[in-house]
Design a binder for this molecule. Structure first.
Ligand code: ADP
Ligand code: MG
Length: 397
């Protein structure tokens, strides 16, 4: 098979090509170039690719292309671990279907009143994007029927299965026809991912997009030992020195995130937060104002931010070290997406040294130490300002 480098080399409709162009994509990413032809052929696929490599369109384009919109049954389900991701995928699919008014996509997730979703399901969507629990709920009520599903996609399969959704996912897959095309996307191929693949996929095509190389997001990573109490001021000094206006700050615990949001807000900053205890409507509001650029800072827990795609995050701050190595990748993956440059700052305590070393090793990251000088400007150990270093990087590409 010849290697695909342009969208118009793919066997897809004019409307999709136009939509992709309007979304500002000039070329398919490697995962898209490899997944789309296989999915169009109806094959089962298991794809391993790091965050930010364009997986949503990799399955979104073939899903839309293969629909028979004259049929009123659900033809494709995308199952994903969180409501945020669910909304985000739905948005991306709708953008892809911009010139296909015949295509109906619906998001089904926990936390939203079931009533609203019942109405949406009555409109006979072709594609349902769902979190496992709520989808099962609808299946049980008879308001979502998967008996005519052609393709089932499991997005962020490792996360989803790790979160204990494995039984739900099995029930969902069991409700689809035996010959349903099953496509799995995952950042890592865990034991659970392999089990589900083995159990449900039929001679799957395996695709791996390495974390290294061309499409590894280009993220400059820095670390600084800092006292808990000093971190807020340190962060603000860095933000000021680098003139950042779109940052994401991660904390492990809801309480940390809440307090941090509070402290920043009291200083009159444009900030809001995202954590698991917030009602969904509020989370959606926060997400969209951040995405629209109305908020400069977003403070979030790992779970609340999982899988979210926000464009143009200039910098990520790890207010504390993530609990799990994989979270580090997820956190910093919010910046440097789709080949843009990004920067990530990690604060740590003396007792974190070994943990941080482990994170760097596991994620094969180079994390450069830095400090704040007397002028409160972030500099490398040799005194080079980080701002100068980042600028040099921008101009060399
Ligand atoms: P993943 O699911 O692999 O983490 P996403 O699907 O969320 O990645 O895509 C990451 C970002 O890249 C999004 O902002 C998306 O709009 C953008 N993107 C997707 N495909 C392309 C492309 N072909 N060219 C440029 N940007 C793209
Ligand atoms: Mg994704």
């Amino acid at each position: 098979m010849t290697e695909i480098t342009q969208f118009d080399q793919l066997d897809i409709g004019e409307e999709l090509l136009r939509a992709v162009k309007e979304m500002g994509f000039s070329q398919p990413t490697p995962i898209q170039a490899r997944t789309i032809p296989l999915m169009l052929e109806g094959l089962d696929v298991i794809a391993k690719a790091p965050t930010g490599t364009g997986k949503t369109c990799a399955f979104g384009i073939p899903l839309i292309e293969c629909l028979n919109t004259a049929c009123t049954d659900i033809q494709a389900v995308v199952v994903c671990p969180t409501r945020e991701l669910c909304l985000q995928i739905t948005e991306e699919l709708r953008a892809l279907a911009r010139f296909r008014p015949d295509v109906r996509v619906v998001a089904i997730y926990g936390g939203q009143p079931i009533r609203k979703q019942l109405d949406a399901l009555k409109k006979q969507p072709h594609i349902v994007v769902a979190t496992p629990g709520r989808l099962l709920d609808h299946m049980g009520r008879g308001t979502a029927w998967l008996g005519n599903v052609y393709t089932a996609v499991l997005d962020e399969a490792d996360e989803m299965l790790k979160m204990g959704f494995i039984r739900d996912v099995r029930k969902i897959l069991n409700a689809t026809p035996a010959d349903t095309q099953i496509v799995m996307f995952s950042a890592t191929i865990s034991r659970e991912v392999m089990d589900v693949s083995w159990e449900y996929q039929n001679a799957p095509e395996e695709i791996t997009v390495a974390a290294e190389g061309d499409d590894r997001p280009d993220i400059a990573q820095f670390k600084m030992q800092a006292e808990g109490g000093a971190r807020v001021q340190d962060m603000l000094d860095i933000i000021k020195a680098l003139d950042l206006h779109r940052v994401m700050i991660f904390g492990n615990m809801k309480a940390t995130v809440r307090q941090l949001d509070d402290k920043l807000r009291k200083r009159g900053l444009s900030v809001d937060c995202l954590h698991g205890d917030m009602p969904q409507s509020q989370r959606n509001r926060v997400m969209s104002s951040y995405r629209d650029g109305k908020l400069e800072m977003l403070v979030a827990t790992d779970v609340a931010a999982r899988g979210i795609d926000v464009d143009d995050v200039e910098a990520v701050f790890n207010y504390d070290l993530p609990d799990e190595n994989e979270y580090y990748v997820h956190r910093i993956g919010r910046t440097g997406r789709a080949k843009r440059h990004g920067v990530a700052f990690t604060f740590y305590s003396p007792e974190d040294v070994f943990r941080l070393r482990d994170i760097a090793k596991y994620t094969r990251s180079d994390i450069t130490p830095f400090t704040l000088n007397e002028a409160r400007v972030p500099v490398l150990e040799d005194g080079t300002p980080i701002a100068a270093m980042l600028e040099a990087k921008e101009t060399t590409v």
